[in-house]
Design a protein around this ligand. Sequence first.
Ligand code: ATP
Length: 141
Amino acid sequence: MAEAETATKTLQVTIVTPDGTAFDSQRVDMAVLATTDGEVGIMANRLPLVAALKIDQARFHIGDDTEVYAVNGGFAEFSDNLLTIVAPSAEDSRDIDVHRAEAARLRAEKRAQAAQTADDRKRAEVALARAINRINTSKLK
Ligand code: ATP
């Protein structure tokens, strides 16, 4: 049998957060990640990769389905057809509480406006980015 026919066609993907494993699948056809260097599509048998992630979506194509996650930064490591994402938090688009994210967005906007120091402003802007990412991701169910 030709080598191409025996090669693995799917990858295993795991998202690990302090709360536990947010996602685990052994049959992902393609993962699309927002790295700090731009969007990256990862398919089986790709060259190894280590990348920092933006606060953004991660998409996992499995057959005809696409699973979308809000990923709160962190990093991704890919080798030997195993993609591991380590992030401070990650939510399945279907599990996002939009009202909570809207409330967090309003709080963060007020904090950013009232910030007295650059550090306070930066923290508020990061909280705002988390909230906006959750709101945007929830629309992609
Ligand atoms: P909030 O101010 O609403 O707590 P946050 O950005 O401070 O938002 P995080 O500290 O990033 O929240 O996350 C704490 C936990 O709550 C994590 O497990 C995260 O997945 C979860 N979480 C946060 N916001 C939401 C949301 N809108 N829907 C579902 N889960 C959420």
